[in-house]
Design a protein around this ligand. Structure first.
Ligand code: PMP
Length: 398
């Protein structure tokens, strides 16, 4: 008797599956606006210069391949906290924050989900709709009840603020509420500073446990600016969880570098809770790998390399902003009657373009242009070389 023969094929991941289909696409003029990977003006995803230099140094200086500790590289974790909360922030000085290196942002989210499930009394996690599909999958995997809060208004192509508040008003004491630190995926729409303040106040009054998914720090307006929401919450809360990713802002996609951070009321509570986080990691993958996080720690510890990284991050951010403006302008010039101005104000790599699933299908079938069926496009996939063809095709399917 086979134990396997009955198993049905799993559906392809909607986003990663798109990448595979794009690879197999034979039309030379193909354009990939699917997966959220940064591309430069030449359509390449280059290695960040400071990372390359750090790697050269690491290769020369490395003396052992001995295991890391369960929570990973201490300098990396310290640097992560400085990026999240600001250099010398009170929460750091007070020993209230504890960080474990993780396998990308996904790994950090999984640690968060396991920690919430095993160590807290939280019964529900509130997730924006729409969101990055893996959020639902991760919390389902650990068996936590998911509730949705509305986030996007299709008519105004903006934050659905009133309905967001109405839904989150239902979130009770001890519920986890998941926020995207910045560059909301898939909409590209973030709360304003005033709205962050309102949410932080509401969260403190209602007694939520906020969980920040921070996968794009530096891609909206800058490293410090993008942490505004998180830092506002930390000022108002004794307890916060954060999942960081270095995939995008350090371009370390395939090195799997991220971090899980917990903030507790005091150092003692933080240490106790963190000991449980380490138990969770021990069972999941024992301890993390060294290379990518060592590169991040090396860059952040060296003022010159850090400055070079910050410049390159600004370059990435500004290129995307430029492409947004040009895209909107060119759509107008090519005859789009619909107004696409909302795309300019969106943050990060993604734009919820307003294209329907049928229009996305036509873009693929007729023009070899690949996007997610929800209408999400990766603006970083647009270059000066493909923007004309792209806009002409979109105008044809509108
Ligand atoms: N959260 C969000 C919102 C993301 O978009 C992503 C990456 N697509 C992640 C987390 C996970 O990133 P990583 O590749 O570091 O696991």
């Amino acid at each position: 008797m086979s134990m396997f023969n009955h198993i049905q094929a799993a559906p392809a991941d909607p986003i990663l599956g798109l990448g595979e289909a794009f690879k197999a696409e034979s039309r030379a003029e193909k354009i990939n606006l699917g997966i959220g990977v940064y591309k430069d003006a030449n359509g390449q995803t280059p290695i960040v210069k400071a990372v390359k230099e750090a790697e050269t140094r690491l290769l020369a200086d490395e003396k052992t391949k001995n295991y890391l500790t369960i929570d990973g590289i201490a300098d990396f974790n310290t640097q992560t906290q400085a990026l999240l909360f600001g250099e010398g922030a009170d929460v750091i000085k007070q020993g209230r924050a504890k960080t474990a290196q993780s396998l990308g942002g996904t790994g950090a989210l999984r640690i968060a989900a396991e920690f919430i499930k095993r160590q807290t009394n939280a019964q529900k996690v509130w997730i924006s709709t729409p969101t990055w599909p893996n959020h639902n999958a991760i919390f389902n995997a650990v068996g936590i009840n998911i509730k949705e809060y509305r986030y996007y208004n299709k008519e105004t192509k903006a934050l659905d603020w009133d309905n967001l508040l109405a839904d989150l008003n239902q979130a009770g004491k001890g519920d986890v509420v998941l926020f995207h630190g910045c560059c909301h995926n898939p909409t590209g729409i973030d709360p304003t500073p005033e709205q962050w303040k309102t949410l932080a106040k509401m969260s403190a009054e209602k007694g939520w446990l906020p969980l920040f998914d921070f996968a794009y720090q530096g891609f909206a307006n800058g490293l410090e600016e993008d942490a505004y929401g998180l830092r506002t919450f930390v000022q108002n809360h004794a307890e916060v969880l954060v999942a960081s990713s270095y995939s995008k802002n350090f371009g370390l996609y395939n090195e799997r570098v991220g971090a899980f951070t917990l903030v507790a009321e005091n150092a003692e509570v933080a240490n106790n809770a963190f000991s449980q986080v380490k138990s969770i990691i021990r069972v999941l993958y024992s301890n993390p790998s060294s290379h990518g996080a060592s590169a991040v720690a090396t860059v952040l510890a060296d003022p010159q390399l850090k400055a070079s990284w910050i410049d390159e991050l600004a370059e990435m951010r500004n290129r995307i902003k430029e492409m947004r403006a040009k895209f909107v302008q060119l759509l107008k010039e090519k005859g789009a009657t619909q107004n696409f101005d909302f795309i300019i104000a969106q943050n990060g790599m993604f734009s919820f373009s307003g294209l329907t699933p049928e229009q996305v299908d036509r873009l693929k079938d007729e023009f070899a242009i690949y996007a997610v069926r929800s209408g999400r496009i990766n603006v970083a996939g647009i270059t000066n070389d493909n923007i004309d063809a792209l806009c002409e095709a979109i105008v044809k399917v509108l």
